[in-house]
Design a binder for this molecule. Structure first.
Ligand SMILES: *[C@@H]1O[C@H](CO)[C@@H](O)[C@H](O)[C@H]1NC(C)=O
Ligand SMILES: *[C@@H]1O[C@H](CO)[C@@H](O)[C@H](O)[C@H]1NC(C)=O
Length: 418
């Protein structure tokens, strides 16, 4: 009891400061880092499942109205347990804001932490803007301003929100939305907060404006993240406008955006999942790639097959599947078949980083698995979410121009340092 109390009050925060931003070859490289804030055991899974529910039941128009009317000071939401954060400069001279990288939403906004600093390039529009996330909400006014992401390279008149209220984003300044632009529809409104009129317009994302303003020559963004070898060793890179060949091995396999709703509104693909040589976990179906998710979630029926195959038991403290060291030694790889190519998630890659076991309320002699239950059966158009546990092992390309998502192995795909 005492131990679990201690663990539940344990706040572990990891902040790796970002390096300088570099631009070359018409590409912009933005470093990002991982932050872990484990204040409550079991929070990682709860947040991921809440996010999955929000994605499944997306109703942007209604949500915008409801949010804009929402009184400040309603029930606070828990902070996110794991965040991936990049530094972005806004204004002239620029103020630097730490923004959560999110590929499952497309609005960019600031003001959760540091207050927005207006400069001569800041222009307030007459619009309101808001967004709803499973782990928080934000609402505020729309501004346009100069964004700096690279060596003197800037986006002019980038639209973004300045929060009048936000919940659930302590420790960061806001969000850098890297999802498809259609997710911004319904987030913009005119009128007053008490009587908002939703504007049926898209808000071009940072990636969209980099491309339309000619700063980058390919309309895509790539994500590289190295899994933690130690807490301080984590680091990632966003590459706007291309792929960074130093970050992946072999070739990139592309899969078209799936036609199945609601996955098709996100970075959604078709995929099947197999355990070992022959155990089917999930037959080819639609789901999404989501950097806002920590774990890999599978539809309940698929998760139950995975649970049976691994011999793992659900651990109450962490919410994750727990296997013994002996079971872990015989754990097979999971194979993700994406457009005919197998991506191997090794046993090691299926384990929660052991150095963080105690932070999630686990014990150091057990192994906890990062594959878990989506909370809904397969066949509903969102049957898996490949979260960061997947992105840490496979280089990922979000290709707006060709409406496809690419994956490649990295030097860390088969690493055993987890
Ligand atoms: C970590 O989470 C706690 C509780 O939710 C919060 O009070 C604190 O500000 C967070 N710290 C950071 C650095 O995000
Ligand atoms: C994905 O799977 C669905 C359902 O099996 C199928 O209709 C569709 O053609 C597949 N491919 C794409 C790109 O959506």
């Amino acid at each position: 009891m005492l131990t679990s109390l201690l663990i539940s009050t344990l706040a572990l925060c990891l902040v790796v400061s970002a390096n300088a931003i570099v631009a070359r070859d018409n590409m912009i490289r933005v470093p990002f880092s991982k932050r872990v804030n484990m204040t409550r055991p079991g929070l990682v899974l709860k947040q991921d499942q809440a996010r999955a529910r929000a994605i499944r039941s997306r109703e942007p128009q209604k949500s915008a109205k409801r949010l804009l009317k929402k009184a400040i000071g309603s029930v606070p939401v828990q902070n996110q347990a794991v965040q991936y954060v990049a530094n972005v400069g806004i204004g002239t001279p620029a103020t630097t804001y730490s923004l959560i990288i999110d590929t499952g939403s497309s609005n960019t906004w600031v003001g959760a932490g540091k207050a927005f600093v207006q400069t001569t390039t800041s222009v307030q529009t007459s619009n309101l803007v808001c967004a709803d996330y499973s782990a928080g909400t934000f609402g505020g006014t729309e501004f346009t301003d100069t964004f700096s992401l690279g060596d003197g390279l800037a986006i002019k008149a980038q639209s973004f929100g300045v929060a009048s209220f936000s919940q659930g984003f302590e420790g960061v300044d806001g969000i850098l939305g890297l999802g498809p632009v259609d997710l911004t529809i319904g987030t913009l409104a005119t009128g007053s907060a008490s009587a908002p009129v939703v504007v049926n317009e898209e808000i071009p994302t940072v990636t969209d404006n980099l491309f339309s303003q000619g700063v980058i020559s390919s309309h895509e963004v790539s994500i590289s993240f190295e899994p933690a070898t130690s807490l301080a060793g984590t680091n990632g890179e966003l590459t706007f406008g291309g792929t960074d060949s130093s970050k992946f091995t072999g070739s990139i396999t592309f899969a078209p955006i799936t036609s199945i709703s609601p996955s098709n509104e996100f970075w959604g693909i078709n995929q099947s999942v197999r355990y070992g040589t022959s155990t089917n976990i999930l037959t080819t179906t639609a789901g999404i790639v989501d950097a806002g998710m920590t774990l890999i979630l599978l539809a309940t029926d698929a998760f139950l097959r995975y649970e049976a195959a691994t011999g793992g038991v659900l651990d109450e403290a962490t919410g994750l599947l727990r296997v013994t060291p002996a079971q872990f030694n015989t754990l097979q790889s999971l194979f993700f078949n994406i457009n005919g190519v197998q991506f191997e998630l090794t046993a090691n890659a299926q384990a929660w980083p052991r150095s963080l076991n105690s932070a999630i309320g686990g014990n150091s002699n057990s192994v906890y698995l990062i594959v878990n239950d989506l909370g809904s059966p397969s066949g509903e158009g969102l049957d898996f979410i490949n979260g960061f546990a997947f992105l840490e092992r496979f280089y990922t390309v979000l290709d707006t121009a060709n409406q496809r998502v690419g994956f490649a192995n990295t030097p860390f795909t088969h690493a055993t340092t987890n």
